[in-house]
Design a protein around this ligand. Structure first.
Ligand code: SAH
Ligand code: SF4
Ligand code: F3S
Length: 443
């Protein structure tokens, strides 16, 4: 019988995709995925540390695995990803969680097979967290989660050093993957029947800035647009600071790059944006989204916002609320500021008390929900094209898909629509999704 493994993922899409590589790696070692942790011979935890809440959850999770290790001493527990890359964290885990066998950072995923073998043969806890920003490992095995949407990393790391953010410290400097490697991967995905590609990077607009021969993100999009049966191309995340007119024009002229712009603004006050080191003002941000809306008759714009950054006064927060009303985002992902040790913001004076942060978050969410609903209501009566992804969360009679603008549309239908592009009439609108009726049978 094959040995069993599970990869447990915390964090962003980057981590989700890294976990696909970790799963692929385990399968080439002869392991088989199991949903049941108790049956596993190896558990790999891929961690996040962008906010303290994630970290606490992970530490709790790892603590709970002690019981399993006691029952099954041969169990290999490996903990990798962003969290262990922080200074002192590996030691902290070694001391507090002696049942962990392997600690491997974001630069050592490709070494997992060797680390697992060493752990099975017994011996010391393996710690591998030193930074290694040399070559990007290519051709790692990937076990993809779905068969329709695939994630493709286009760059690693981040050079932006927003003052609140831990990512540049744990993911290292920006490194772009060679265009040929990306194109080859996408062509293969097209042949396998994938319909949608999500290009991943912490700041995709910086793609290619580290190349000697100029080839930027817009060039990359142009080179993959409309090729190999891929119907939709998305990307995550783009930074408002260097979202160029060239990029906007390239997307407007493309066939498959979707009209969804996720442009995290983070705050609406110029004072706070400056303290955050974001490199744009509310005015330049608003003119960017105006430019986008002028070019696209139908598009969606979403954002991320942090409330309670150090020094955020009532006036600063009011500026954020005002910006939300002006910008009319389709959706906003809102976060309580979380102090990350080692970042400049952690040492700034005037940290905001938790209750104030929570009040502000509540106000922000209420305003955004109203805006999201009213934007969605305007779609009632329209016909939209969706790519059907599967059953909806609530019923197997109701299918769920997404518009090019990334809105979820649920509609009565059956499984043969999955993976197809179909047209639906929008009948009803909610804050987070739309409800529709299919008007043609799948092509
Ligand atoms: N590279 C992406 C986002 C990475 S993290 C970008 O720049 O847009 C995803 C989101 O988490 C960020 O957009 C930000 O809103 C939030 N975030 C990052 N660090 C945070 C912190 N210390 N506290 C609260 N939210 C944070
Ligand atoms: Fe963090 Fe800023 Fe880099 Fe995004 S761009 S990962 S928020 S430092
Ligand atoms: Fe978290 Fe690392 Fe992503 S810190 S948000 S998993 S890059």
């Amino acid at each position: 019988m094959k040995h069993k493994y599970q990869v447990v993922t915390f964090g962003c899409q980057m981590n989700e995709h890294d976990s696909e590589v970790l799963a692929g790696t385990m399968e080439t070692l002869g392991y088989e995925h199991s949903e049941d942790l108790e049956k596993c011979d190896a558990i790999i935890i891929n961690t996040c540390c962008v906010r303290e809440s994630a970290e606490n959850r992970i530490l709790g999770y790892v603590g709970n695995l002690k019981r399993l290790k006691r029952i099954k001493p041969g169990l290999v527990i490996a903990i990798g990803g962003c969290m262990v890359q922080q200074p002192g964290m590996a030691e902290k885990i070694r001391k507090r969680a002696s049942h962990v066998d392997i600690i491997f950072g974001t630069h050592h995923m490709h070494r997992l097979p060797q680390l697992i073998t060493e752990a099975i043969n017994g011996g010391e806890v393996q710690i591998n967290i030193e930074e290694n920003e040399g070559e990007i490992p290519e051709n790692l095995p990937i076990k993809r989660q779905g068969s329709m949407k695939a994630q493709v990393t286009i760059m690693y790391g981040c050079n932006n050093f927003c003052t609140y953010c831990i990512v540049p410290y744990v993911r290292g400097r920006e490194r772009s993957r060679a265009p040929e490697a990306i194109q080859k991967e996408i062509a293969a995905l097209g042949r396998e029947g994938f319909k949608e590609i999500m290009l991943l990077g912490q700041n995709v607009n910086s793609y290619g800035l580290d190349f000697e021969v100029p080839f930027d993100f817009a060039d990359l999009l142009k080179s993959i647009d409309g090729k190999g049966g891929i119907e939709r191309i998305r990307y995550m995340t783009s930074h408002p600071r260097d979202f160029t007119s060239k990029l906007i024009d390239t997307i407007a002229g493309s066939k498959t790059v979707c009209e969804h712009f996720h442009l995290p603004i983070q705050a609406g006050s110029n004072k706070i944006l400056k303290l955050m080191n974001r490199g744009y003002s509310r005015e330049t941000y608003l003119s960017l989204i105006e430019e986008i809306r002028k070019k696209f008759s139908l598009c969606s714009i979403t954002t991320d916002i942090i409330v309670g950054f150090p020094g955020e006064t009532d006036q600063d927060f009011t500026d954020t609320l005002k910006l939300m009303k002006e910008a009319q985002f389709d959706a906003a992902y809102t976060f309580l500021y979380s102090s990350r040790s080692g970042t400049p913001a952690a040492k700034m004076p005037e940290q905001i008390p938790l209750n104030v942060k929570k009040e502000r978050l509540q106000m922000l969410m209420e305003i955004q929900n109203e805006i999201s609903l009213s934007i969605n209501q305007k779609l009632i009566g329209q016909t939209v094209e969706i790519l059907v992804e599967g059953e909806s969360k609530t019923s197997d009679q109701i299918m769920s898909g997404r518009t090019r603008t990334n809105k979820i549309v649920n509609f009565p239908g059956d499984k043969n629509t999955v993976g197809k592009l179909i047209h639906v009439d929008i009948k009803n609108a909610k804050t987070w999704h739309l409800e529709g009726k299919m008007i043609n049978s799948p092509q």
